[in-house]
Ligand binder design. Structure first.
Ligand code: GTP
Length: 326
């Protein structure tokens, strides 16, 4: 029941937990038909929208989390959608549903509050469900060490435990038991690459003890590496593997779309787990060759210097493999 208001589905979850993969699958399965999708990315360079081409309408809110830096921008965009809706006669063309995929650093609770306390949005939008993806491989460690990941789970109506194909059953059972204690009312589902599968049972499992955490550890931030076509890809691959091997706990997420002689390639990793590169269809007017590295415990410029030193250049003496980093 939406009492005439537009529904909004909030899709959250920690960095790399599988939100885009899950949403992509839902869109292919024709769930959320006709919905307007908003993708929020912490980094300035959007990547996820390239993967969600099935959405009937998609917009990107990049360069900050919708729960903090980009909160005002989110509210403005939602107001704009409400305006458009109010001017559209009721019927098929009238927008009924918004899906908001948050960045992996967003606290869904703060977004819910922003919507519910806005005098205009509260009359036009009903948050119908908060779905939170939990990484089947890294979720337990995130719950232990990251207060944000706990807040995300606590805000959920539905939890989707992802990567069931990769995680081992014993730790999955423990993860589910921990989720049940943190968010007892939430429905728990499982997913493999976005397809729904029965979740492991948490029955009889002992939940992971969660230590009291004194606030957030140091801030997690994105660094944008803008590559140019003179980069030596083999050296880049070695640099990335070495970086993840040495600093895989600090470098939480890497993702980017690069142009290679074979076509557009999606590169991504979550902690030390690197996904096999995926070919993407050509897309006019996109600014590719950008890699976003998200993490903490290092300086963005040091990352850049290390790549410049390591990944080398094809031409001797040319150190300009990177156009820009922020
Ligand atoms: N093996 C396996 N890999 C998965 C599954 N779901 C997602 N992945 C991989 O996990 C990585 C992160 O998935 P995304 O869907 O981009 O995660 P996200 O939560 O949208 O990431 P951010 O927006 O960066 O926070 C990608 O390499 C996916 O291919 C799964 O069920 N199984």
């Amino acid at each position: 029941m939406t009492d005439g208001r537009m529904r909004l589905t909030l899709l959250g979850g920690f960095l790399g937990s599988g939100k885009t993969t899950w949403l992509r699958h839902q869109l292919h399965a024709d769930a959320f038909t006709g919905a307007h999708v908003i993708v929020n990315e912490a980094a300035e360079t959007p990547i996820d929208d390239a993967l969600l081409a099935r959405a009937s309408a998609i917009e990107v809110l990049a360069g900050g989390c919708a729960c903090c830096e980009a909160r005002t921008e989110l509210v403005e965009r939602l107001r704009r959608l409400c305006d458009i809706r109010s001017r559209t006669a009721s019927g098929e063309a009238r927008l009924k549903h918004i899906v908001l995929e948050t960045s992996g650093l967003a606290d869904p609770g703060a977004i819910l509050e922003a919507i519910r306390t806005d005098p205009m949005l509260v009359h036009h939008i009903l948050v119908s469900e908060t779905i939170v993806c939990v990484d089947g491989l890294h979720g337990l460690a995130q719950l232990v060490g990251e207060p944000l990941s706990r807040r995300q789970v606590e805000a959920a109506d539905r939890l989707v435990v992802t990567k069931l194909d990769e995680a081992d059953m014993a730790s999955l059972g423990r993860l589910v038991a921990t989720l049940q204690t943190l968010s007892p009312a939430a429905m728990i589902e499982g997913a493999i690459k976005g397809s729904p599968v029965p979740p492991p049972s948490g029955e009889g499992e002992i939940p992971e003890p969660l230590p009291e955490l004194q606030g957030e550890a140091s801030a997690i931030f994105p660094t944008r590496l803008q590559l140019d076509d003179r980069i030596d890809w083999t050296a880049f691959g070695v640099w990335l593997s070495a970086l993840l091997h040495a600093r895989g706990d600090d470098v939480m997420r890497v993702k980017g779309v690069v142009r290679t002689p074979a076509g557009r390639l999606l590169l991504q990793s979550v902690r030390k787990v690197v996904q096999s590169p995926e070919m993407l269809p050509a897309q006019e007017g996109r600014e590719d060759d950008t890699i976003v590295v998200i993490g903490r415990g290092y300086r963005g410029e040091d990352l850049l210097k290390s790549l410049e030193r390591f990944a080398g250049v094809k031409e001797q003496g040319d150190l300009s493999i990177l156009r820009r980093a922020s």
